[in-house]
Design a protein around this ligand. Sequence first.
Ligand code: ADP
Ligand code: MG
Length: 547
Amino acid sequence: MTSTIQTLPTEVVYLITAGEVIDSFAAVVRELIENSLDAGATRVVISIWPQLWKVRVADNGWGMNLDDLQQAATAHSTSKIHSGDDLWKITSLGFRGEALHSLATLAELEILSRPMGGNEGWQVVYNQDGEILEKRVIAIAPGTVVTVNNLFANYPARRQGLPNSNQQMKTVQTVIQNIALCHPHVTFQILQNDKQWFTICPAASVGKLIPQILNQIKPGDLKELELEIPEQKSKINLVIGLPDRCHRHKPDWIKIAINGRIIKSPELEQTIFAAFHKTLPRDRYPVCLLHLSISPDQINWNRNPSKTEIYLNQIEYWQEKITESINQAIRISEANLKESIHTSRVGNLLKVAESKASYNFNNNQKNQSYLKAVAQVSNMYIVAEHPGGIWLVEQHIAHERVLYEKISDNWEIVTIESPIILYQLSSKQVEQLQRINLDIEPFGEKLWAVRSIPLMLQTREDIAEALLELSLGGDLQTAQVAVACRSAIKNGTPMNLSEMQQLLNDWQNTKNPRTCPHGRPIYLSLEESSLSKFFRRHWVVGKSHGI
Ligand code: ADP
Ligand code: MG
């Protein structure tokens, strides 16, 4: 399948945001790889020679015939759109018809190509206007090899404006990884100065690809979810790092892609951060890759020449869907039960346990309990049994999670009959209690009377201590966490089976059951598959006993 490259009509050219796309090594790499992917390539080899300002991208895509090669590098020439209407039907990564033309202007451009099914290949060298300078028939396999040499040689100011070559190569690497994350079925092989640099192998899904890129991550640390939205002819693919298993010290792994390209979207990023709120330790950030596949008429790619920003219709709708998907992924559900049964190295018992993804409950049967309380250990852990193994649940933080969600869902301040008297508060503490809407007034020298308190604290004996704790600062949410923590069953408290069962039931129905509001993991799972491996249950013991 070859496509016919045409020059865009002037009125369409006017519709396209003007701007220079080729401003860096990374931009060259991005544009060339995107062309390869648009040509249906499944294998892309990228070679970079930073000191020579040279890049070569070779692909096994559907290639170009001589007519196409003649057009490819002239201004505004593209096979991907033909009219202004097509701007709303973009399914390719490119559409502006500018990259090759810019490259002819800014560097020495040579293309080798042979169309799929065609029996001759051509090597073409372009002049600065993108016209053919030299051409000859060559023997190559179907596909395309684009070489860009001496980039910006005639534009010294551009070279000077760029960071050092190490940094540029880092950006190049990120660009390639980001593209790979959106095209997990494609092989990328990257060489630097003729030496193997890195390779990204195809994977059945993006979740399976991520460990190649983030090597601290194990497959069981991630949860992958696909949500079809038929009424919008759309799809959400989500991969999250389970908050009890991985997070980052920088917000550098929130990635948002739309229709095959990673983009910047502060609005959607905020939505993701909010969905992970109070599931991670302080100053830690989630791992999340969100890929929206949306009908092209909902997107205007024309906001910025590098297409890293877009206009998305109905952004609130998508924000809501994204929140729903993340909640669903964090929830404990049956969906990844099967994923959890995969092999892994067996070391000590803990390692076995940790390497496993968790057992999951069935979302649809929310109120049915899959966990059966069987015992309490050290007045601290609940041993819970389920069809796939056992869990150790820390009672205090499981209860803290239950209470926190209850409190934040219906934070209620109630008036109490006899006020609680507090002693020696600083004015800051008083202000803090007022900020979270408690009624507080002076009650004599160095004394204050609190006449309303959070409902959750009403039945507690240590209300005064709790109020003092609340007076020490933080926003409402921090106060809610503090109340939950204080009200939760303490470790060291004996519990009977029915109390433990009640807690397990409440906990498994929380929105974020994996971590407490401070981000600590709540349970340790010992999957039956791991246990059986640990105890070498696959050994044929009978034989060795001569039975
Ligand atoms: P755009 O990608 O916006 O169409 P480009 O200047 O990047 O513009 O490419 C111009 C045209 O050259 C493309 O529309 C495509 O038809 C053709 N082309 C570029 N690179 C390749 C490739 N690797 N394989 C096949 N065709 C290609
Ligand atoms: Mg292009």
